[in-house]
Design a protein around this ligand. Structure first.
Ligand code: MF3
Ligand code: CO
Length: 249
């Protein structure tokens, strides 16, 4: 499929989807603390999303059983919330959520510290976030898609981190996942030309150790192969002729 260019009306709806998702993440950030279950975080996320008349896009997506993904420590993405999973001081937790507003999607993820965490863990979270910002320096008309991938991947690798390759970012709009796929690692080609009106979910997933991942038996939870800590940072981004507009910040 060609990469869709959104109309001004569609962009307006995606701005609202993004604004509500930002509020959701702000509420989730306040709730993260030692002793809370990943189930409770899911409940809070779903409640905020529905309080704005929106739909949590992840719920039942290809059979996914919850409204947000909660991935702890070596879990990279798609951790399934559970009453038995209680956050502990020193953990890191990645929260990923998506909102549908009047048929249009937003998608964003944050990794948080649970209480006091190690310097090593804090650095991973910071570098993963910065990798996103290195990438979006190229998120504008006139650049090419894999300029973003190269910038993200080279930045994260310069710290010796493993850049996950089995999962990628994506176009977003009337669907959660649209073309193009957006790798977070350096590509040989420069990829398609970026045009104003494209909306992209850019989402580095970075491990302290190997880039390799494995799937748990629940068929959802992705973990780092070597058990090392993993972080995730994602926003929905509107390409313009100038600076990108971050719809979920
Ligand atoms: N946020 C994820 C992504 O960017 C989607 C989660 S998959 C779901 O692709 F099944 F949990 F929805
Ligand atoms: Co996404």
């Amino acid at each position: 499929m060609p990469i869709s260019i959104k109309s001004e009306r569609e962009i307006e709806l995606m701005r609202e989807a993004g604004r509500i998702l930002k509020i959701t993440h702000d509420e989730l950030a306040k709730a993260v603390r030692p002793g809370i279950s990943t189930f409770e975080l899911n409940r809070i996320g779903e409640e905020v999303i529905r309080s704005y008349g929106c739909i949590p896009s992840f719920l039942n997506y290809e059979g996914y059983p919850a409204s947000i993904c909660v991935s702890v420590n070596d879990e990279v993405v798609h951790g399934i919330p559970s009453k038995k999973r209680i956050l502990q001081e020193g953990d890191i937790v990645s929260l990923d959520a998506g909102v549908i507003y009047k048929g249009y999607h937003s998608d964003a993820a944050r990794t948080h510290a649970v209480g006091q965490i190690s310097d090593e863990a804090a650095k991973l979270i910071e570098v993963t976030k910065q990798a996103f910002f290195e990438g979006i320096k190229y998120a504008k008309e006139g650049c090419r898609l894999y300029d973003i991938s190269n910038a993200i991947g080279e930045y994260a690798r310069s710290f010796g981190y493993g850049v996950v390759e089995d999962l990628v970012g994506h176009g977003i709009g009337q669907n959660l996942h649209e073309d193009p796929q957006i790798p977070n690692f350096p590509m040989t080609r420069r990829g398609p030309k970026l045009q104003a009106g494209m909306t992209l979910a850019i989402e580095p997933m970075i491990n302290i150790g190997t880039h390799k991942v494995a799937w748990l038996d629940d068929d959802w939870t992705v973990v780092s192969w070597d058990g090392s800590l993993s972080a995730h940072y994602e926003n929905t981004v509107l390409i313009t002729k100038g600076e990108p507009e971050l719809l979920t910040i």
